[in-house]
Design a protein around this ligand. Structure first.
Ligand SMILES: C[S@@+](CC[C@H](N)C(=O)[O-])C[C@H]1O[C@@H](n2cnc3c(N)ncnc32)[C@H](O)[C@@H]1O
Length: 252
């Protein structure tokens, strides 16, 4: 069922529901694995918290640089972990993901996961990241990565991808892509050694319109010129969050 948000005050809750849905998918894929899960680029814990709630037998080590636009996030993350009573199961590391991974023992993790982290890196880094995931995960362990698909299904999704990736509009242009194509992630997982690869698609079914789209774009660091240029369309049709891709692989 599609949800249409016009009121800026409802955007945060609606977006949190996306992560609730995503976390159910993660916990289904991770199933009953026990041990330690690492999360790369945890941010405010948007995925960490709902996933940790659904996987009570797992401990988490979550890493983020918390740099640039994200400097305020550790405070928000720690507050959210405290409220969710997860401080004892989730350990937060402030570090660059690669330096941190290099410090981890081989075959030591039940899994390595990420959400909306692959959009932050480029194709070279993707290949290095997945090789490191393979190294630190124990045999039988898993890696799972979710991100918003770069392939728009309609004009509203196309507009959202354009706003977030074209340097004309966004103040924080991506290194290479809005997000990698699922086929590339699959081939890189295979090259790294992962098997039993799966791609799940999850429709966001979330349309953000009129004033809500304006505040949403602001929170995504999109220049006001984008809003001004597309005002009529944003008021009537709005933006749509692209479909989620959730890609996983097992270490044999
Ligand atoms: C788009 S946010 C995703 C946050 C959260 N996981 C989510 O699903 O919404 C990307 C996160 O990656 C982090 N990040 C970017 N480059 C990084 C790096 N080199 N090492 C560790 N974290 C990094 C950012 O600080 C940010 O919190």
């Amino acid at each position: 069922m599609t949800e249409v948000i016009d009121d800026p005050r409802e955007v945060e809750q609606a977006y949190a529901r996306q992560y609730e849905n995503l976390s159910r998918e993660f916990s289904r894929v991770i199933q009953s694995k026990r041990g330690i899960l690492a999360e790369i680029g945890c941010g405010k814990g948007q995925l960490t918290i709902p996933v940790a709630r659904l996987l009570p037998h797992c401990r988490f080590r979550v890493v983020d640089t918390f740099a640039g636009a994200y400097t305020g996030t550790p405070r928000l993350l720690n507050k959210a972990l405290l409220q969710a009573r997860l401080r004892n199961r989730v350990k937060v590391y402030k570090a660059d993901y690669l330096a941190w991974l290099w410090d981890q023992y081989s075959d030591s993790y039940a899994g390595v996961v990420s959400s909306e982290f692959l959009p932050e890196i480029d194709s070279y880094e993707l290949s290095v990241l997945l090789s490191e995931c393979y190294r630190v995960v124990r045999p039988g362990g898993i890696t799972v990565h979710s991100f918003l698909s770069p392939i728009a299904r309609n004009r509203r999704q196309k507009l959202m991808i354009e706003a977030d990736s074209n340097p004309k509009w966004t103040k924080t242009p991506p290194k290479e892509w809005f997000s990698p194509k699922p086929a590339l992630v699959l081939s890189e997982l295979r090259r790294a050694g992962f098997r039993d690869l799966h791609v799940e698609k999850m429709k966001s079914n979330l349309i953000i319109r009129s004033d809500a789209s304006r505040s949403f774009l602001h929170s995504w660091d999109v220049r006001t010129t984008f809003w001004k240029t597309h005002q009529v369309e944003l008021a009537s049709e709005g933006l749509e969050v692209p479909d989620w891709s959730i890609i996983s692989g097992l270490k044999p």
